[in-house]
Design a protein around this ligand. Structure first.
Ligand SMILES: [Zn+2]
Length: 256
């Protein structure tokens, strides 16, 4: 019942996406996620509940504030759609509920992290620390519940991916500690499914990072321009979350 699982996951995905539209502004600014309610940045009117329905409100209001008509960026509904789409796809992809829930939580964070890093060149600790602690606790509980995850491999994945990027960060300096913590969280989750999946995430991040650099150069960025690596790490995690197990086993078949 793949479609039924996806349907059940959709409202969760939209709610998480809506939360992320708040997080992309407030986390980099160090503001509270809980309070105050969202306001129009121009006229200061509080956004009412009926105007705060993910995607739908933006479409019905044609991307404008109800009070003053200020344009509301399409980034909001697009981030909500992307987050919800990833959550639905993850829950549909994995029929084991413990695995599906965990992978959904991981990929749900990736669009917001990529966006924050692109805009502010940081990956907030307020995302990576709760992710690391939350996924570690989740893995322990899922293991006890027979959820089909391997916490020890998860720790190995975190050490391998996070440690690998830590070395890169210390040697080259082009990478930040936010990237290292993000990689550790990704390694923790994907490693619990198999260490090859972490390898796919890292490999995809390198390939996508290279493509990103080429695109940035083509769009006129200077050779010395700092290109954030977070979006590639996030995109690599999404690739591995959905195709990692197959890619890892296909790779092992070709080399052995
Ligand atoms: Zn307004």
């Amino acid at each position: 019942m793949v479609w039924l699982r996806g349907l059940v996951a959709l409202p969760f995905g939209l709610a998480v996406g809506s939360f992320m539209t708040v997080a992309i502004h407030r986390l980099p600014a160090g503001e509270s996620l809980a309070r105050p309610r969202s306001r129009c940045p121009r006229c200061g009117t509080e956004i009412r509940n009926r105007d705060n329905v993910p995607v739908l409100s933006w479409v019905l209001l044609r991307g404008r504030c109800r009070s003053c008509g200020e344009r509301i960026s399409a980034v909001y509904p697009l981030l909500e759609l992307a987050t919800a789409g990833l959550v639905v796809a993850a829950v549909a992809r994995y029929d084991r509920p413990w695995v599906g829930g965990m992978v959904a939580a991981l990929v749900a964070m990736m669009p917001a992290i990529a966006l924050i890093d692109l805009r502010h060149r940081i990956i907030p600790n307020r995302l990576t620390y709760p992710a690391l602690a939350g996924f570690a606790a989740y893995l322990a509980v899922a293991r006890l519940a027979g959820g089909g995850v391997d916490p020890v491999r998860g720790l190995m994945g975190a050490a391998a991916y996070g440690g690998g990027l830590l070395v890169v960060a210390l040697v080259s300096g082009g990478m930040g500690m936010g990237d290292v913590k993000l990689a550790a969280a990704i390694g923790l989750v994907l490693g619990s499914l198999g260490l090859g999946v972490v390898g796919v995430a890292a490999g995809a991040a390198i390939v996508l990072g290279g493509l990103g650099a080429v695109v940035a150069l083509a769009m006129g960025a200077g050779r010395k321009a700092k290109i954030p690596f977070g979006p590639s790490i996030a995109a690599g995690a999404v690739v591995a979350a959905f195709w990692g197990p197959q890619l890892a086993s296909a790779y092992l078949r070709t080399v052995t």
